[in-house]
Design a protein around this ligand. Structure first.
Ligand SMILES: [Zn+2]
Length: 446
C-alpha cells in the first residue's frame, strides 16, 4: 500500500491539531482543532470571529491550513476526532463541510461537537457518527477505524487506530496513563499491548506536550487530594468559595461537587460552557451532575443566583470558568463588575487548573489575580494535575505498541527533539524510524 502522513497542523506548537493520512487513494483526517489562544486574542480585540472568512482565520493562525491537502480533498473518507477538546474539534465548524464525509468520534465527543455547532448556529452536511470506545467502524475495504480508550482530562478519549492491509497507524493525541481514574475506566492497555505484540503497528503519532517533564504524570486522584486539602483544612466559614477549572474537565467537576457537599455547601455551577459539557456528559450517560447542583447557564438566572450568593456567601460553593483569566468568563465578568457579585475580604478563589503557557493567557491571569488580591481574596493556585503524559509515559506508550516509525507531535521543537532522543536511546534512527515533520510536510510510511 502507498501510505503517506501529512502533518497539516500541530507539529510545531501545542494545539490546533490536524493530521491527514493517505492510504492509496483514500484519506482519513485525524482531528480538526483550533488555536485557542489566537482565537481568544482575536475575540477580545476584534469581537465575534464569525465575521471572518475561513481563509482569514487560517491566515491569522487560528485554524489549520488545510490548503496543504487541497489535492486530497475529494479522497477524504472520514474525519475522526480523538476527543472533545477545542484544540482537537473546534475547526470542524470552519473546515468540515468541504469534505463530503462523515465525522466520527466517541459518543461524548460527538455530543459536545453537536452542542458546539448548535451554539455557533452552524449546520454541517456531514453525518455525525458515534462509535463506542474499544470498537471499530469499517470505512472501506482497505481502512477500518478503531477507537481505543485512553485516559486524559476529559471524558471518552481515544487513541485512534487506522487498520490497513499493511498494518496499523496509531494516533495518540492526547493521553495520560491514569491507573486509578476517578470517573470512567482506565486506558485499554490490553488492546495496546495486543497491537504491539502483533508487530503490525507501522507508525505512532504521539503528543509531546510534556515530553520535557521527567517521570510519569500523577493520577487525577492526586488533584482530588489537593483540592480536598484546601477545602477541608481551611476555615471558610461565611466566606464565598469559587472553584475554577476547565469546563470540559468532568472528573474535576464531580470532585469539586463531592468535596463541596462534604463541607455542607450547596453547589452552584455557573456558565454556558460548563452547562454544555455537563449536559453532554449526561446525554452520553457518563455522569449525573445536574441533579446534585444548581446549574445556571444564562443571563438573569445567573445574576439572580449571584445576588443570592452575595447575601448568603457561606452557604454555597461556586464552580465556574475563568482560570485562564479569559475575557468573558464568569470570574472575568465578576471582577469587571459585569455580574452582580463583589468579592470581599477572605473569600476564596481556588484555581483547579494550570495556566496555558501563552503570553495572552499569562497576562489575563495575572490581571485577574491582581484584582482579586486587591479585594483581599484568598487565592489557591495550581490545585491541579495535568491530563498529558510526561517523558516516561511517552516512553511507556512506545514500548507498549512497538511502532516501526515514531512521529512526535503537539509540541514546540525542543519537545519533539526530546522524544527523538528518547527513541534513539531505544534503538530508533532519526529520519529513518523516528521523524520530525513540520506543519504542511508529508512522510511516506513503509
Ligand atoms: Zn486534550
Amino acid at each position: 500500500m502507498d501510505i503517506e502522513i501529512c502533518a497539516v497542523s500541530g507539529y510545531e506548537e501545542v494545539g490546533k491539531n490536524m493530521t491527514a493520512v493517505r492510504i492509496n487513494d483514500e484519506v482519513i483526517i485525524l482531528d480538526m482543532g483550533i488555536d485557542v489562544s489566537i482565537l481568544a486574542q482575536q475575540e477580545s480585540e476584534e469581537g465575534n470571529i464569525r465575521v471572518l472568512s475561513t481563509q482569514q482565520l487560517i491566515d491569522l493562525g487560528a485554524v489549520p491550513d488545510d490548503n496543504k491537502i487541497s489535492e486530497w480533498k475529494s479522497k477524504v473518507k472520514a474525519i475522526v476526532l480523538g476527543h472533545c477538546h477545542l484544540d482537537h474539534i473546534s475547526s470542524v465548524q470552519f473546515l468540515a463541510a468541504k469534505y463530503k464525509c462523515q465525522i466520527i468520534g466517541s459518543p461524548y465527543t460527538i455530543e459536545v461537537l453537536r452542542e458546539s455547532l448548535h451554539d455557533e448556529k452552524v449546520m454541517l452536511p456531514n453525518k455525525l457518527t458515534k462509535v463506542e470506545l474499544d470498537s471499530k467502524i469499517k470505512i472501506s475495504n482497505n481502512i477500518t477505524v478503531e477507537l481505543i480508550r485512553v485516559t486524559h482530562s476529559t471524558m471518552q478519549c481515544a487513541i485512534i487506530a487506522l487498520h490497513t492491509p499493511d498494518g496499523v497507524l496509531l494516533y495518540g493525541n492526547d493521553f495520560k496513563f491514569d491507573n486509578n481514574p476517578i470517573l470512567g475506566p482506565k486506558t485499554n492497555y490490553q488492546r495496546l499491548k495486543e497491537l504491539g505484540d502483533s508487530g503490525k503497528v507501522l507508525s505512532l503519532i504521539t503528543e509531546s506536550m510534556y515530553a520535557h517533564r521527567p517521570g510519569h504524570t500523577p493520577d487525577e486522584a492526586v488533584a482530588k487530594e489537593m483540592l480536598s486539602k484546601v477545602l477541608l483544612e481551611n476555615n471558610f466559614e461565611d466566606k464565598a468559595i469559587f472553584v475554577t477549572m476547565f469546563s470540559s474537565h468532568i472528573t474535576r467537576i464531580t470532585t469539586a461537587i463531592e468535596l463541596g457537599r462534604k463541607i455542607k455547601r450547596k453547589i452552584v455551577i455557573l456558565g454556558r460552557s460548563m452547562g454544555k459539557y455537563i449536559e453532554s456528559a449526561e446525554r452520553a450517560h457518563i455522569a449525573h451532575i445536574t441533579e446534585k447542583v444548581q446549574l445556571c447557564k444564562f443571563g438573569n438566572e445567573r445574576k439572580n443566583m449571584l445576588r443570592e450568593i452575595e447575601a448568603n456567601r457561606g452557604k454555597y460553593l461556586v464552580i465556574c470558568t475563568g482560570g485562564q483569566g479569559e475575557p468573558g468568563s464568569i470570574l472575568d465578568k465578576i471582577v469587571n463588575k459585569a455580574l452582580p457579585f463583589n468579592f470581599k475580604d477572605h473569600d476564596a478563589v481556588i484555581f483547579s487548573c494550570s495556566t496555558i503557557p501563552q503570553p495572552i493567557n499569562m497576562a489575563n491571569r495575572e490581571r485577574l489575580e491582581k484584582i482579586l488580591l486587591a479585594n483581599k481574596v484568598q487565592i489557591f493556585t495550581n490545585i491541579h494535575v495535568s491530563g498529558h503524559g510526561s517523558h516516561d509515559d511517552i516512553k511507556e506508550f512506545i514500548t507498549m505498541v512497538k511502532p516501526k516509525h515514531v512521529i512526535p507531535s503537539q509540541g514546540e521543537r525542543f519537545k519533539l527533539d526530546i522524544v527523538v532522543k528518547m527513541c534513539e536511546d531505544m534503538g530508533y534512527k532519526f529520519n529513518k524510524t523516528v521523524h520530525i515533520i513540520k506543519n504542511g510536510e508529508r512522510l511516506k510510511i513503509d
